[in-house]
Structure formats: structure tokens, C-alpha cells
Design a protein around this ligand. Sequence first.
Ligand code: FAD
Length: 468
Amino acid sequence: MDEQEKEVENEETKMRMELATGLVGVLGDASRVLTQPQVVERLSKDFYWYSPVLKPLLEDKHADVVVQPVSVEEIIAVMRYAYEQNVAVTLRGAGTGNYGQAVPLEGGVVLDLQKMDRVLEITDEGVAVCEPGAKLGALETMAREQGWELRCYPSTVAKSSLGGFLGGGSGGIGSITHGGVRENATVRAIDVVTMEAEPRLLHCEGEAVHEILHAWGTNGVIVKIWFALTPAVAWAQVALCFKTFDAAFDFSETIAKGSQWQKRLITVFEWPIPSFFTPVKQFTRDGEASIFMMIAESQREAFVVAAKDAGATVMLAEPWPGLRSQPLLSDYTWNHTTLWAMKADPEYTYLQCGYDPERVREQLTLLKAKYGADYLHHMEWANWGGVITPGSIPVVRFSTAERLNEMIDYCREIGVSVANPHINNVEGGGRYREDNVQLIAKYKHDPKGLMNPGKMVTFVKREMEQPV
Ligand SMILES: Cc1cc2nc3c(=O)[nH]c(=O)nc-3n(C[C@H](O)[C@H](O)[C@H](O)COP(=O)(O)OP(=O)(O)OC[C@H]3O[C@@H](n4cnc5c(N)ncnc54)[C@H](O)[C@@H]3O)c2cc1C
């Protein structure tokens, strides 16, 4: 390191220490202002490495300091201080996001909400009132004890926080019946702290919640959530094998669209994807497609008969005692499938696609014909916007970003929508709202553009504090 580099490093260390000292003053508790480099590094990272495109772009990014508030008042105080000091703030729930949503691009503060993890109440109407760091797994378990369950949850349920799910997630197990987390008024209301000279505490309900949901923490801190649940169902988990992917897909469609079946999960895998699931190998068959699903326990027997009639081999059909079930088939579904594929072969990556329900077979065939074993079908049935949709998180072989983009272009060319998981901003990910409400809210709540800077790329810093 030459003299000039040393000087820069010393200057940076000095700034970091000054920031930490200031924040200790704000919180009055040094134990929740973290500066140890390894700890700051760990809490600056999420599952960004899931994407071979994002990995090299984000691996050297980290915050300067991590702050762990325990109350809304402390969050307000930190936001006020950071605004005054022009310091970036990136929010963190559990850091399981897979597009680098929680990785700070411009240093500053990571506001880690893991200590605000209380479920404050589950009302008689089935609404959970939670702090943002509440763990989804704990909430599901607690809700079931009171006769309720989550409407939908990601496959990272055990770790992920409710605030993070609202900030960066979409849906998952349960979405076949209840849609995505932003649908059907599942998020009844939220309290949000803004980043202004004097931060405001806003209460948003109804349509107003969409200004903040899935904005990656760029336009407000969700500090309290009213989250609608649904009456608990006794579930069974089932693993089926079919000789061909087509037969498995046909059967899955019958179940997905059959309103007589009460279901929480319907996942279809083309071989060799099931071969990646080493811990549950006994429930798969060499060369065959698999279906992993959750169906009402009261329908298990009838379902097994229907599956056998359709040519399935039933590998597992047993009651589901909860998230601690062993095996837990949902651990292999949604975005966990990609994780198992990457474990088996690091060259695998993924896309997030939506097929046209009317053209799905044609689209599946076209993709297989073009990419063969480089594009493996992994289907997740969901009720998106009231339409039973064959969603997909295909496992694809990565060689270069260009080829991946070429695959995405081809998908779109044949009418398959893609929410690109290899892009690190809200707009590019494909879940941006065309009515721009998130951007408008950013101008109102974060006029200096200090919240997770770089993640909402259509935001342009303005001289004035309010949009025209
Ligand atoms: C293996 C794997 C499987 C996955 N499966 C699914 C799946 O099935 N469905 C799905 O939707 N997602 C899935 N994900 C993505 C992710 O796990 C979920 O979206 C999860 O709910 C995120 O929660 P978190 O607490 O980890 O959020 P974080 O990663 O900590 O944060 C996510 C985003 O929300 C922002 N944020 C965090 N807290 C707040 C807050 N209080 N206010 C405002 N913004 C906030 C963060 O800044 C960040 O931009 C998967 C990821 C992996 C790695």
C-alpha cells in the first residue's frame, strides 16, 4: 500500500469511527452499534451470490456501520441523524434476499431489524400485528396454535423476516390458493418511518401499502405490520413420480385448476432436478419427473387414488405436522430448488418466469427444443391475480451474462414473462409497478435519496424536497 492509499484508508477509518460514535450517541447503547469488520461484512450481505451476474458486482460492497434498533423511536432517531449527516441507510431483515436487495452500494449504515421480532398480537379476525423483524416461521407456528396459518410464505420461511418479505419477496407456499403477498389485501396495513429532516411515522392501509411494498427499503422503513392470516388447515405432504415430465405437468394442472382440491403447494420438476435433492433421494426415481405438493389431509386418500389413476408412483403421502416436519418437502421448492441445483453443480443458475396459461405446453416445448439440458423445467403453480398460472423457476446452465440475456430475450419473444433475478434494482427486476407509486413515495419520503441508494434507478435527486 503506498502513502496515498494509506492516507485514504486512514481517512475512511476516521469517518467510520465518527459515524459509529455519532450513532452510539443517538442510541445511548454501544452494544447495538457494530463496527467489527467481519460482522459488518456479514450483515451487509444477502444471497446476492445466487446470481453469477450479481456476485462479482456486489462482493466488495459493504456498510460502514451496522445499527440494531429495538424500538420505533430509535429508528426515527437513526433516520434523523443519518439524514442530517447525509449517510446512506440500507434496511435488513434476515438477509435472505436473492438479488442483493439488502447489499449497500454506497456504504453508510445497515439498519438491522432482527431485534424487533415480536408478534404483538393475533386478533380474533386472524390478523397478525408484528414488528418488522418477526420471523415468518415463528409466526406460522404461533398462528397455527391459535387456529390460523400464513396465507403464503417463501421457502426461506424459517429464517426470513416479515418486513423483508414485504420489502423484497413475492409469494411462495400458499400462493396457489391465496396469491402473492401483495394481493388480496394480505397486507392490511403498515406503519412506515420516512427519511427526512424530521422523519414522519405514517400509517398506510388499503392501496397505500403498495407505495412501500417490494420497494426494497428505498422509500420508507416498515416498522409495524398488520398481516392477514387464513384459517389453519391440517395438511399432508405428498411426493409423486411420473415417467415423463409431460404426464407430471398434465396431472399438476388438473390439481391446480381443480377447485375441489384444497392445496398449499404444487411443484413439478423435470429430471434430473430431483437427483439434486440428496436428503430426499428416496422419494424420487431415476429418470422420472417429480411432483412435491401439499394437499389437505382430509383429501389425502382420495388424492392418492387420483394420482395413481393418472399413472403416478406415490413415493410419500403423510400428514404434515408443521415446519419442523422431516422431511420437509417445501425445502426443495420455490427458490430452494435453485440452491440444491447449485450445490450439485455450481454452473446452474435460474430464471423466474410466467408462462401463458393458454400456450404453456407450446412454450415449454419451444424452450426444451432450443436449450435442451441447459434449461430444466421447474414449475410452481400459483394463483397470480386470480388466474391459476404455471409459474416457473427454471434451472438454467450459466456460461456468460450474454447467453443468459439471450435466454431471457427468447422467453419474452415466445410470450413467457421473466422477472429477471440477475438485476440489482427494483425497476429491472420486473416487479416494478407501472403506476410509479413507489417512485412517487420515494420523492416524498426520501428526498435526499439516502435509502438503499442505487436500487431505485429511476429516482433522480432534485433540488426541491417534494415532487411536482
Ligand atoms: C433459497 C432461497 C429461497 C427463496 N425463496 C423465496 C420464495 O419462495 N418466495 C419469495 O418471495 N422469496 C424467496 N426468496 C427471497 C427471500 O428469501 C424472501 O423474499 C424473504 O422473505 C426475504 O426476507 P428477509 O427478511 O431475508 O429480507 P432481506 O433480504 O433482509 O430484505 C429484503 C429487502 O427488503 C428490504 N427490507 C427489509 N426489511 C425492511 C423493512 N422493515 N421495511 C422496508 N424494507 C425492508 C431490504 O432492504 C431488502 O431490500 C428466497 C431466497 C433464497 C435465498
